[in-house]
Structure formats: C-alpha cells, structure tokens
Design a binder for this molecule. Structure first.
Ligand code: NAG
Ligand code: NAG
Ligand code: NAG
Ligand code: NAG
Length: 502
C-alpha cells in the first residue's frame, strides 16, 4: 500500500502540467530559460511554453506558442533599440518602455494560440512566469496553481519583495546605478530616491495598465496583480557567483547561473578556419542583440576599422550591415556562435556592451573583456568587470584611436586579467548544475503544492513596520515627552528655590 502511494505520488509529479511564460522579445531573456522548459519536457512533464523564441524541437509533450512576431513590433514598429540608445532622459525612456510593453502585451494576448489557451478548459499544476511583464501573472487566477517568478538577471528589490525578501535600498541598490562599494552620502541619497522612483513607476504607471490589459483579456474584473504577485512561491534569479555582489536572500530566492551555456559545437567552416589561422590571436567584437549596428555612427565605424587595421590580431565583428574597405584581418558576421568563439583557444579579447550573459560566458571561457556599456544594467556590470580586474571600461562617446588601441593591447598583454578570470571562473563550482537545481525546485513545489511553508511573513508587512518607522517615531516621541516634562519640573523647582532664597 505504502509503495503504491509513493508510486502514485511520484507518477503525479513525474508528469505534471506546467505552463511556462517567457514573453519578453530579447534573446538574452529567452536563452536562459529555453534549456529549462526543454529539460522539463524531456523529463516527461506536459509543458506548454509561451515564448518569443520557440525551440526547434518536436516532443509530443511539449507545446510551444510562438510569439516571435513581437520582435518585429519592438524593433521595427517601435524602433525600441533606437530609443534605448539615444534617449538619455531616464523618465522619458521609462515612459516609452512602458508604452511599448503595454502594446506588445496586448498584441501577444490577442495572438490566436494565446486566445485558444484562454478559451480552453485546460488545467495546469504550476506556472513559471517571467517577472518583467506582470500582466501574465493574471493567469494564476484562471489556473489556480502555484507560480514561480523567473528573471534572466538578478532580481530587483521590487521583485524580491514579492516573496517578502526585503533588501536594503543602498547596499543592494538598483542594478541600473553603476555604484561601487563604500558609497558616499549623496550616492546613498540617490539610491533611496531611485528605489522610490522604481517603486512609484512600477506601482502607479505599470501595474494598473497591465492589470487592465489582463482583466480584458481574461474577462475577469476581479484580477488584482499586486495581490497575485505577493503569492509567488519562488523567484529564480540569474547571477554570476563571485561577480555579483553578495546579497541577503530567503530560501525562496533561488540563484541560478549558466543555464544558457551549451555544449561545444563545431564552428562553421569558414569562421573556424579564420580563428584557427590567427597566429597572434583573435578579438571578438559584439555589442549583443539590442545595440544594432546603425547606432554605430559612420565616424565610429571608421575609427574602429583604422584601429583594427593596425593590430596584429584577427577580428570577428558581429555587425548587421555591410562594411566597406574591410581590412584583411577583419571578418564581419551577421550571426555569431558566441560561446564557441569564446571557447576557441586563439580568442584573446571580447569587446562587449556588458550584458550579464555575455560577461558570464567570458568568465567561463576565460576571455578578458573590454566593455562599452549602452543602457540599463550594462554600466553596473562593466563597473564590476573593471573593479574585479577582468577587463576595462571604455566610453564610446569619447573614444579616440590611441585610447582604444592602448586599452586593447593592455587587456590582451597584461596577464593580471587572465589570472583574475581564472580565479572567478574557479568559483563557478556547483555540485549540482543550475539546470538540475532549477528542476529539483520546480518538482519540490509540485510535490508540496505551492510550498507555502517557504513564504516569508515579511511579504505582508508594510514597509514602515519593516523599517521600524512607527517604533522609532514612538520612542523619539517618548524621549521628547520625558525631556519636556523633566524640563518643566526642573524649571518649577528652580523657580521655587529662587522664591525661597528671596
Ligand atoms: C501596437 O503598436 C502597433 C505599431 O505601432 C500598432 O499598429 C498596434 O495597433 C498597437 N496595438 C495596440 C493594441 O495598441
Ligand atoms: C495563492 O496561492 C495558493 C496556491 O499556491 C492559492 O490557493 C491561493 O488562492 C492564492 N491566492 C491568491 C490571492 O492568488
Ligand atoms: C489589490 O491588492 C492590494 C494588496 O493586497 C491592495 O492593497 C489593493 O487595495 C487591492 N486593489 C483593489 C482594487 O482591490
Ligand atoms: C596589469 O593590470 C593590473 C591590474 O589592472 C595593474 O595593477 C598592473 O600594473 C598592470 N601591469 C602592467 C605591467 O601594466
């Protein structure tokens, strides 16, 4: 009987119905979670993945809803990357980002296959939802199942607060602030204001509109997103141990890393020969998928080519456009197998915009970095690169020929960078792989139907109570009151004495 029950329990977990929703049309957000939904399907779960980058796999128990049409909306219709890279006013930028987010959420929810999911009476045992587009959390009310929030970066304080993981606004400040250690007074003021601004934007500009969108889509006026997100079971984050600063985390915040790392693959023939034949070494130049080439001005392009021409190295340049007058030692590719290029023994330097996945790959394959940050967390990431001595920071706005050349040679020739990389790469030492840990946690939540015992009581504590504002106010009031009373009494006594003396 016992073994029957156990068998039944395991059977129910070994084939659960899981809905994975990763809607953001950024490749770096998708590549981290692709291996996860594939692994869940390969383990026999019934997986439905709503994604902007479906895998080219056909498993009978994996259904993928393809939202790749959103890339066109973001990059062509809304010219998002142009706004990201040219808008320097943070408030205008955020407003624009929200407009685009709300637009793509509406369009994605209108997609025929998503509509089919909405109208079906399908059931799920668990939802795994990317935290950045909150509307999708609304499905928790339809499917009435536990929810795990996931992000391809470290979670912001706002996201960690969902599971009651309260963080310090200064010592774990917002990742968009490129501050190092030992913050001065004004930097600490900026951290607090930024945290308040982030909270304000999220609560008053993003959530209400996202809530309206999902209420309409699901035809459920009772949806309260703020309430649903306070009910998350776990949050999965993606950080690089030894690179990210240490923060306080509850057991319900599960830190993963390296999910996107693929097994080595043979390079395309021509590219492979180009790398093999680089006796002096290779520089890999890629500004990622969000910084498009037309943003690199003609002047900057010419400057780069002049510097490249003078170098003894070969350069692989990931660039979407044709480049005229290409020097012999430069190869332009529109798509690059980044991990295999970084793995190649001749690769000596990675010029990057500083996305966290790119940095992780450089650390794993021990390639020094030259960072050109453009937006978001890239400034902070490149600041860390410099601080940890695994590369350096260049500003593309003030770049000159000599500066670039010196930095490239320094990064390649100074062995300190390699030694530091060795040390940090060595810290990526995990008895279980992150993929196995993630799957273990998912099945744990399935077995314990939400694992509510992990939920922190702090999820329900208002911030003034957490920061003891009321208690401090009360104590200060008592001190004032006592001092006031004592002072009054003393005055009276002194007055009485004076009276007596007279
Ligand atoms: C989203 O934006 C596109 C392009 O600007 C527009 O054609 C479409 O109507 C918008 N959709 C919604 C629901 O606002
Ligand atoms: C919170 O989650 C549990 C299951 O994990 C569910 O029973 C409950 O209804 C949820 N509450 C809200 C407000 O969504
Ligand atoms: C939604 O839930 C939050 C948190 O529980 C609550 O403060 C808010 O008043 C609710 N909103 C509505 C419209 O009920
Ligand atoms: C190499 O880099 C390290 C760290 O940036 C620096 O301290 C050292 O002086 C450099 N060595 C040379 C020879 O430039």
């Amino acid at each position: 009987m016992y073994s029957l029950t156990v068998a039944f329990l395991f059977a129910s977990v070994s084939s659960s119905r899981i809905l994975v929703i990763i809607p953001t049309p950024f490749y770096s957000h998708q590549s981290v979670f692709q291996p996860l939904w594939l692994e869940l399907a390969q383990k026999g779960h019934q997986v439905t993945a709503v994604t902007a980058n479906p895998l080219k796999t056909h498993l009978p128990n994996l259904k993928q809803i393809d939202l790749s049409f959103t890339y066109k909306l973001v990059y062509e219709d809304h010219k998002m990357q142009h706004v990201i890279n040219t808008e320097s006013n943070l408030l205008t930028l955020m407003r624009h980002v929200f407009v685009v987010m709300n637009n793509i959420t509406t369009e994605q929810l209108n997609h025929p296959q998503v509509q089919e999911l909405i109208k079906s009476d399908q059931e799920f045992d668990l939802m795994i939802v990317e935290v950045h587009i909150p509307a999708w959390f609304g499905f928790a009310r339809k499917f009435k199942c536990p929810v795990i929030g996931v992000t391809s970066m470290d979670a912001t304080n706002h996201v960690k607060r969902m599971v009651g993981n309260l963080n310090h606004p200064v010592y774990t400040h917002h990742v968009n602030l490129p501050f190092g250690d030992g913050l001065n007074f004004w930097q600490r003021v900026v951290c607090v204001l930024f945290e308040l601004l982030d909270e304000f934007q999220t609560s008053y500009l993003l959530y209400p509109i996202q809530e309206k969108i999902i209420k309409n889509a699901l035809n459920d006026p009772e949806i309260n997103l703020s309430e649903i997100v306070k009910n998350l079971t776990l949050v999965f984050t993606n950080i690089i141990p030894g690179f990210n600063k240490v923060t306080t985390n509850l057991p319900s915040v599960v830190q993963l890393n390296g999910l996107q790392i693929k097994p080595p693959q043979v390079l395309p023939l021509e590219l492979g020969q180009f790398l093999d034949g680089a006796a002096q070494g290779v520089i890999y130049f890629s500004l990622g998928s969000n910084v498009k080439s037309y943003l690199i001005s003609e002047d900057l392009q010419q400057l780069l080519l002049q510097v490249f021409r003078d170098l003894p190295f070969r350069i692989v340049w990931k660039f979407e456009d044709e480049v005229a007058n290409l020097p012999q030692n430069v190869k332009v590719v529109t798509w690059a197998p980044q991990q295999d290029i970084l793995r190649h023994k001749n690769t000596k330097l990675f010029v990057t915009q500083g996305g966290i996945q790119s940095i992780e790959e450089a650390i794993r394959f021990k390639v020094p970095l030259l960072g050109f940050p453009f937006f978001g967390d890239q400034f902070y990431n490149v600041m860390r690169v410099k601080k940890l001595g695994i590369g350096t920071w260049l500003d593309f706005k003030t770049l000159d020929k000599e500066g670039l050349k010196t930095s490239i040679l320094e990064c390649i020739n100074n062995q300190t960078y390699l030694a530091n990389l060795e040390e940090i790469a060595d810290l990526l030492d995990d008895p279980l792989t992150s993929l196995n840990r993630a799957v273990w946690w998912i099945e744990f939540v399935l077995r314990h139907r939400g694992a509510q015992h992990l939920r922190s009581p702090l999820a329900d504590v208002p911030f003034y109570q957490y920061y003891l504002f009321d208690v401090v106010f009360f104590l200060v009031f008592i001190v004032f009151l006592t001092s006031f009373v004592l002072l009054k009494l003393m005055r009276r006594k002194v007055g009485y004495k004076k009276l007596k003396v007279q």
